[in-house]
Each structure stands twice: as structure tokens, then as C-alpha cells.
Write a protein that binds this ligand. Sequence first.
Ligand code: BG6
Length: 521
Amino acid sequence: MAMLEPEENRKAPEHTFVLFGATGDLAKRKLYPAIYSLYRRNLFADRWLVLGVARRPHTDESFQAEIRKSIEMYGRMTITDEEDWANFVLRFHYQSVHVDSDDDFTAMNNTIISLEQKESLPGNRVFYLAMAPEFFGEAALRLKKCGLLAGSGFKRLIIEKPFGHDHASAQQLNDQLRQVFEEDQIYRIDHYLGKEMVQNIEVLRFANSIFEPIWDNRSIANVQITSSETVGVEDRAGYYEQSGALRDMVQNHILQMVMMIAMEPPSRLKTEAIRDEKVKVLRSLRRYKPEEVLEHVVHAQYSQGVNGGKEVPGYTDEPGVDKSSQTETFIAAELFIDNFRWAGVPFYIRTGKRMDTKATEIVIQFKDMPEHLYFNHNGGLGPNLLVIRVNPVEGMYLQLNAKRPGSDGSVIPVAMEFSQESDVTPEAYERLLHDTMRGDSTFFTRWDEVSLAWKFVDPLAETFRNQTDSMESYAAGSSGPLSADELLKKRGFQWWPVFGQEMPALAMEHKFARTVEGHRS
Ligand code: BG6
């Protein structure tokens, strides 16, 4: 696996990177900065090229100027050496292409061939579809039809989300892609899989002998996965109205984190062995029938509120959103993985926009000490927690109970903690682009994962569609609707606050020291 190799062995081979959607937001915010960081880290072979394609006209020079702006605005690394910059940016070329035009694709192929000849490139091509999803299938088919996949060298396809809107549309898209590409040529991006701490789950679990023996339903009481955002729908109403939190976050990012936590140890640390184990988690994930959904799932929409000290509108007053929209901006759910390891352990997930905090965290809550035993004399001892902080802080901590220094019989929770500077770790897109160039698909979504994730999500979407009165509301800037707390309370649990979130009253009880009377008797 890529991450275990030393950096100097990890150069991307010579290739041409063809970026559809070259003038779009994703390209500017994430992809150009990622390519620049890879270049600065010396992770490219000497020869490589980027051909940006989109509808609007650009010359190579005006395109290169846009790239500079995007790196200055969003880059992890700043431009310090003009000569080095010139050597970087001269590799970027641009061509205006309409995705429905055979002529444009043929012209693009001619451009690529002549650039490759000029640079003596071997014909390795990576095509990245960072464009509106309705064009994914058509673009892939046209690549083949117009000869862009012919000739020697590898040909790979990177595809952004959303991968379909439900199982049927995902299947249809996949069928189109598979007419042109083999499964191992398709790199379905889930940028959460490129995050440092999500990748670290595997290392934490499989490089430490202390966790595996307790990583199951004998020791773990529940797992909590939170991905909360403070931003609202921003200018993405056109997309978000069709997707909502369920399709935008749960079908992909959240279920990927569930898989990483719950998978069995793979037979080897090899791409397909890892993906085989991940997909088994989804096979064991209990699917709710539409009539069972509301017992286990809460969906809600933000209303007007205060966020970051500012009054912000409710979802239905956001630009581009239908006034009577029933799109959920928050989901909390209780999942069950019905296998021997996890039977009976609830996996709680929650994600929402316009919440009080921007944080992604995974909490493993271990079982309580037996009541009345030793220090748990009055049943008030807090549980051990293993917390994996994905964002904005990267790190983890283990919450233990210890004696309050100098006291007699007073127990307090203490944290063994490590955190790392997130601004020095590579961005998710940096890793994922590099992995694709090197042909490592470990941290990409395989078709069977996508398919099973939709099969889990579809009945939830159906219930939301048919039972609109079950939609709840939460004030922007809050931690979500109360019924998300009820979901846990009914089994005697609570959400643990994520980094930056205020301690709810219940958590305070555990947070502070208590005197355990009579524990010595
Ligand atoms: C994207 C979603 O996939 O992930 C966005 O489409 C969301 O709606 C984003 O804001 C969250 O990503 P991150 O890395 O900021 O947690």
C-alpha cells in the first residue's frame, strides 16, 4: 500500500492528466493546489502534462494565469521561486470542449497526441471528470468513440461524486462506464478516504496489538460518527436540493468511515483484500424497510438562527431553494452491523449543515465498568472513550479514569492525547490524485461498495419522500434537533461533544470528578 512506502519511491509515472471541468470550483479550490503541492514535493516524474478542458474559451496563458490565482488563494504551499513556478505552469494547456461534441473530442485527442509526441510521453492518460454528473456517462463513452483511449500506456478515469442519485441511476452510470473502462481503471473519489486520519484508522487498528482484542461487541458499547458543518447550502442549491444530507454525506463519506471502523482485518494489506473486507461491512449492515426507517433515523432541516455571531436564514430562504423544500440538511441514525463482531453495538451517525461546530470525529465508547465494582460503586464512573479526530484538529485521544492527584478516592477522566498539525499534512485530493497516477486504488470506492451503499440509502430516501411530516427542524447554529439526542437516550447513551462543541449538561457529569464513596470498603 502506498502509505507504507518511502516518499522517494513514490513518484508518479510520466503521464497526461486531462481535467474536465477545468474552470470549475473543485479544480480551483482543490485540484490545482493539490497538483502544485505534489510538484513541490517532487512526486512527479520529469515529464508530465495537464490538459484542462471546459466549455469556456481560454488560451494556455489565460488558463495558466487562473491556475496561479487558484494556488495563491487556496494552495497549501505558496509560490516562492518564479523560475520553479515557470517550470511548473508551462505544463498546463487548455482546450475548449463541449461534452456532447464528437468533433471537440477528436480535436482534443489530436491535441493530446501532438503534446505527447512533443514531450515524448508514453501515452499514459488520466481523465478526471470534475463536471456536472449528468455528463459522466456520455463523456466516458465519447472518450472511447473518439479514440482517446487507444494506443499504448495506461488509461484511467477519475470520477467525482455523486455517483448516481439512487441505486438504479448508479447502476446505469456504472454500466455506461464499464462499456469503456474496466473496474480497475475507474477511480471513484470519496475525498474522506484521502483524509489523513481516516487513513490512520487502519494503522491504529492493525499496527497496535492493544486494540484488536477489544474491538468488538464484548468491549465496545457504541460507536459515534459525527461530521458537522457550520456552512449552509452556500451557492450549491441546484445540487443540494436534489441530494440532501443523506445522499451528500451518508451514502458516501459517513458509510466509508463506518466501513473503516468496522471491517475485519484484511488477509493482506493489499488493495482488493482491504476493499473485500470493507464491502463485507455493508453486506452486514442492517437495511431498514421504509416502515422501520423513522424508528432509527432522524431527518431535519435548519431554520433561521445565529451562526458565528451572525443572523442566518433558514434553509428554505436560501438562494435557489424551493420555499416548500423538503430536503433534509441534517441526519442522525442508528445503524447495526449484524455480524459476530458487532451484533448489538449501535453505530450512531450524524451529519448536518449550519450546525454549531465544524468537526468530523469518531468516538468509540467502551463498555462501562460493572456497577458497584470498585470505583464504580455508585455507577457514576465515566466510560473509556477512544476519539479519532479527523477535522479540524487531526489526532486521537483515549479517555481513561484516574485518581485526582492528591485526593482520596476522587476519580477524574484524563486524556492520553496526540494531535498533529493539519496544515502540514497533505490535503485529501493531493493523496488521491497521486494514488491514481500511481495506480493505487485502495482509497477509492469500488462499485460493489457504491451499490450496497445505495441499497441501504434508498429506503431512507423513500421514507423521507413519502412521510414529509416526519421532517424536523433545528435552529441554524445549534447542535441539531432534540430527537437526535433521543435516538441515543433510549439505549442509555448520549452524543459525546466534538472538538469545539460546548459540553451538554449530561456530558458534564462524566467530565468532572466525582467522589466514589465507600470504594475502599
Ligand atoms: C462534500 C459535500 O462531499 O463534502 C459537501 O458535497 C460537504 O456538502 C463536504 O460540505 C464536506 O467535506 P469536508 O472535507 O469539509 O468535511
